[in-house]
Design a protein around this ligand. Sequence first.
Ligand SMILES: Nc1ncnc2c1ncn2[C@@H]1O[C@H](COP(=O)(O)OP(=O)(O)O)[C@@H](O)[C@H]1O
Ligand SMILES: [Mg+2]
Length: 268
Amino acid sequence: MIELSGVTKEFIKPSGEVHTVLKNINLTIPKGEFVSIVGPTGCGKSTTLSLIAGFEQPSAGEVYILGEELQGMNPKAACVFQTENTFPWKTVIDNVSLGLRLRGVSKSESYDEARKWIARVGLKGFEGYYPSQLSGGMRKRVALAQCLIVQPEILLMDESFSALDVHTRHLMENELLRIWEETSASVFFITHDLEEAIALSDRVIVLTAGPGATVKGDYKIDFPRPRNVAEISFDPAFMKIHKQIWEDLKDEVMISYENANKLRVKSS
Ligand SMILES: Nc1ncnc2c1ncn2[C@@H]1O[C@H](COP(=O)(O)OP(=O)(O)O)[C@@H](O)[C@H]1O
Ligand SMILES: [Mg+2]
């Protein structure tokens, strides 16, 4: 479904220097797979997502979607970010139906479909509310319905649940899994939380600390589904894989921390 082949991404700094964020990333995500990506802050996770979404183009290498090289925006992908996805001046039903309206679907048909998705994410009865009248968790549900209504083949999520309290987060994660299991969407899920990555995913990818981040580890997570994310971390097998991936990740976190300190010393 998604293939990154020898992908390098560089940005030009205001000083004119080249900043290599990602270097030679090779990654294949099959149809229907749930993949999480973890790595230290600033290593290039969101940049990787931008390349898959088509917001950015690689400096070298290629991104393929269903075997075709991606050029421009990825029409098969929908994104849920950490920050708000919803329009504050639109009601829940207008926010959720927007994607279909933009695709030329009639208002009544979009509304019918939106009502189904609003119910599916547990917000039946809130169709006429504005985002400001909802809690943070409810707004996340709106954002999820807004994405899923267009039935994307690729769902891109960037720290989507990071701002939620732990109980709401677990509820949302379980709901995401429940809805995803009914679709055949591939999910690319960014998180800084290794537990969340393991609990949700079929695979966890560890990126190295930048600059020039690359894939350090690729772990298969084969716990049976359906899973309960609030309880899965008590499983000894969970703790074992957690420890194994953490061994890989912690070195990168330390490198990233040391690099940040060096920069701080240099600039002071
Ligand atoms: N549009 C951009 N222009 C210049 N530098 C960028 C741009 N986007 C990201 N970067 C840099 O790329 C690096 C990785 O950023 P990002 O992908 O957001 O990291 P992460 O999501 O892993 O925290 C950072 O050093 C950031 O400053
Ligand atoms: Mg990021």
